[in-house]
Design a protein around this ligand. Structure first.
Ligand code: SAH
Length: 239
C-alpha cells in the first residue's frame, strides 16, 4: 500500500492543500517531490490517489487523480464500551481496536473505575485513530464517543442488537449465539481492573445483555477488549 495521508477537510475533486502535521510528514519525512503520487483519505469511506503539485514545509498542494471506495470495514457495526486503562496502554488499545475494524469506542464510567478521560485525552486518542488508519488502510475512522456510565449505556442500546458484557462468571464465549446479520449491531462492554460491580452486571442483565466469560484467567482490560474485537472480526470475515 502506498503512503497514506489524512485530510481533516472533506476531499473533493480538483485541488487540495494539506497543512500542519500531515503536510510536515509528507514534505519532510517522505521527502515528497512534485509529480509523486500518494493516497489521501478523509474518513468518509473513500480514498483518493493524488499527485503532488508543490511541496513546502507547511503546505503541500495536490491534485486529485482518482477516487475509489475499497471495502475495508466490518459487515456489521461493532461498538466497544470500555473502562479505559491509562497512558500507553490506552493508546495501544485504541491503535489495535482501529486495526481490528471496531466501529466505535465508548469510554465507560464504572463504579470501580479510575480517572476518566478528559477532553485533551480524547483528542489525543482521535489522533491515534488517524495514525493507525493511515497504517492499516482504513478509510473510515473509528469513532471515540463521549464517556457514559454503565447504567446509561446498557439501557441506551436497542434490544434487537447483540449485547455482551465481559464478566469472569458469565457463560463461555464459545457457546454464545449471535443473531448478527450484515448491517446489524454487536455491542460489547469491558469493565475496569476492579471488575464491574454486581449492581452493574445486574442492570446490564436486566436490560438484556449476556454476561460472557473469556476463560479461566483474568485478563487486563485491553486484552479482554482486543480478544472480543478479534473474536467478532473473525466471525465477520469467516461467517
Ligand atoms: N477482578 C475483576 C477482573 C477485572 S479484569 C473481576 O473479577 O471481575 C477487567 C475487565 O476485563 C473485567 O471487568 C471484564 O470485563 C474483563 N475480563 C477480564 N478477564 C475476563 C475473563 N476471564 N472473563 C470475562 N471477562 C474478563
Amino acid at each position: 500500500m502506498s503512503e497514506r495521508f489524512f485530510s481533516a477537510q472533506p476531499i473533493q475533486a480538483g485541488r487540495l492543500r494539506l497543512v500542519d502535521d500531515e503536510a510536515r510528514h509528507l514534505a519532510a519525512v517522505m521527502r515528497a517531490q512534485p509529480g509523486d503520487e500518494v493516497i489521501l483519505f478523509d474518513g468518509s469511506g473513500a480514498e483518493f490517489v493524488a499527485r503532488i503539485l508543490a511541496s513546502g514545509k507547511q503546505v503541500v498542494e495536490l491534485e486529485i487523480a482518482l477516487r475509489r471506495e475499497p471495502e475495508r470495514e466490518l459487515p456489521f457495526q461493532l461498538t466497544l464500551a470500555v473502562a479505559l486503562p491509562k497512558g500507553e496502554r490506552q493508546k495501544w488499545l485504541v491503535e489495535k481496536l482501529t486495526e481490528l475494524g471496531v466501529t466505535r469506542l465508548l469510554p465507560l464510567i464504572t463504579q470501580r473505575g479510575v480517572a476518566q478521560p478528559v477532553e485533551a485525552a480524547v483528542d489525543r486518542l482521535r489522533r491515534t485513530v488517524i495514525e493507525a488508519s493511515k497504517q492499516c488502510g482504513r478509510n473510515r475512522l473509528m469513532e471515540i464517543g463521549e464517556p457514559m456510565s454503565v447504567d446509561e449505556h446498557v439501557c441506551a442500546i436497542a434490544a434487537g442488537a447483540d449485547r455482551l458484557i465481559a464478566d469472569p462468571s458469565g457463560q463461555p464465549l464459545a457457546g454464545v449465539a449471535l443473531n448478527l446479520q450484515s448491517g446489524g449491531e454487536l455491542h460489547v462492554a469491558v469493565g475496569p481492573e476492579g471488575g464491574f460491580s454486581p449492581a452493574e452486571i445486574q442492570t446490564a442483565q436486566a436490560a438484556g445483555w449476556q454476561p460472557v466469560s473469556l476463560g479461566p484467567r483474568i485478563l487486563r482490560v485491553e486484552t479482554a477488549a482486543i480478544m472480543l474485537a478479534a473474536w467478532a472480526t473473525a466471525r465477520a470475515e469467516h461467517p
